[in-house]
Design a protein around this ligand. Structure first.
Ligand SMILES: Nc1ncnc2c1ncn2[C@@H]1O[C@H](COP(=O)(O)OP(=O)(O)OP(=O)(O)O)[C@@H](O)[C@H]1O
Length: 342
């Protein structure tokens, strides 16, 4: 439904050329939650703003439902933009308007009948859990409540797509989670496609189906969140994953293991979904006469799927270790040898 093909955006500051986005190609499917993660300055905001032509790409094409935005005239582009809601880190509410009027703004702009406005705004207030706040002003709201108003306003024109530009970056962790839960609910209930940008892997892990990783203006890696978590390709992706669970063993422990008489081998085993909870260690003992010991274990939820990591030290004959690990791989567990140990 959203396609970016070889999109680049270059800014000039005097003589200085800034390539904010370089040759980005990605596709967002209808109904999914797609995340873009990167450090500050990676080009995420510019990329997301290209999706609704708040920034016009210098090169490449942006298509929504198969329509190339560059081919639209002013009125057609405005109509398309009404189908694309957007929320921001700093909420962008009008401070002199009440919550009701803020949410109603897109409806006033298209001359919606008053009765319909009241019905729609009340329905949206209900959806975002702010029924009691319709007459207050933004200054009287917490950050999380302000973002709820911004979400309600973005939904007022019944968009198909919601773009979220660092929507939770100004919020504390608990409020972040409640806003992410709301975005999930909106995605499921209203079948709205969501594209969000963030620098927090937690946000990706909690609600996204697929993710693109950006570095220096380029999309360096993209895929299903589970695949990226279980098999990250780029150092920057590993760094982001490390920010929520660090599966590297501490150096002193590695040194200690290496100095053992029989250090055996060290493996990282990743378990996804149904495989979590299988008695793999017992099988290594009974089927292959191996001696596994657990060095590290972690289990977490990636959106709807459970994802586990286990680091084990295994001793036994080389052949038995090879056969044991091949057996686990056949059972679709991901096995990785941890280098420079054993
Ligand atoms: N309007 C502009 N004029 C000139 N340079 C710009 C403009 N907008 C963005 N840039 C530059 O483009 C690069 C990418 O910026 P962008 O805001 O897209 O990154 P980001 O990943 O969203 O970072 P942040 O999380 O800090 O917002 C930066 O070097 C930024 O200074």
């Amino acid at each position: 439904m959203i396609r970016l093909d070889n999109v680049s955006k270059t800014f000039y500051q005097g003589n200085k050329k800034i390539e904010a986005v370089k040759n980005a190609t990605l596709q967002v499917n209808k109904g999914e939650i797609f995340g873009v993660i990167g450090f500050s300055g990676a080009g995420k905001s510019t990329l997301i703003r290209c999706i609704n032509f708040l920034e016009r790409p210098t090169e490449g094409t942006v298509s929504i439902n198969g329509v190339n935005l560059a081919g639209l005239n002013g009125a057609q582009l405005r109509a398309t933009r009404r189908r694309i809601g957007m929320i921001f880190q700093n909420f962008n509410l009008l401070s002199s308007d009440t919550v009701f009027d803020n949410i109603a703004t897109p409806l006033y702009l298209v001359n919606t009948p008053k009765k319909e406005i009241v019905r729609k705004v009340r329905e949206l207030l209900n959806l975002v859990g702010l029924q009691e706040k319709e007459s207050v002003y933004p200054a009287q709201l917490s950050g999380g409540q302000k973002q709820r108003v911004a979400i309600a306003r973005a939904l007022a024109s019944d968009p198909e797509i919601l773009l979220c530009d660092e929507a939770t970056s100004a919020l504390d962790p608990q409020t972040t989670d409640s806003i992410l839960d709301l975005l999930l609910e909106i995605n499921k209930k209203l079948n709205i496609t969501i594209v969000l940008i963030t620098h927090e892997m937690h946000v990706i892990k909690k609600i996204c189906d697929r993710v693109a990783v950006m570095e220096n203006g380029e999309v360096v890696e993209q895929g299903k969140v589970l695949d990226i978590f279980s098999n990250p390709q780029k150092p920057i992706t590993r760094n982001f994953i490390k920010s929520i669970f660090d599966v590297n063993l501490p150096e002193p422990l590695l040194k200690k293991l290496e100095s053992q008489q029989d250090p055996g081998k060290i493996f990282r085993i990743s378990f996804i979904g149904d495989h979590v909870g299988e008695p793999v260690l017992a099988e290594l003992v009974t089927k292959f006469s191996l001696h596994p010991s657990i060095l590290y274990g972690n289990i977490t939820q990636i959106k709807d799927t459970t994802f586990g990591t286990l680091i084990i030290q295994v001793t036994g004959s080389d052949e038995a270790i090879k056969a044991g690990m091949a057996y686990l791989e056949e059972r679709e567990l991901r096995i990785e040898v941890i280098p420079h140990a054993g």
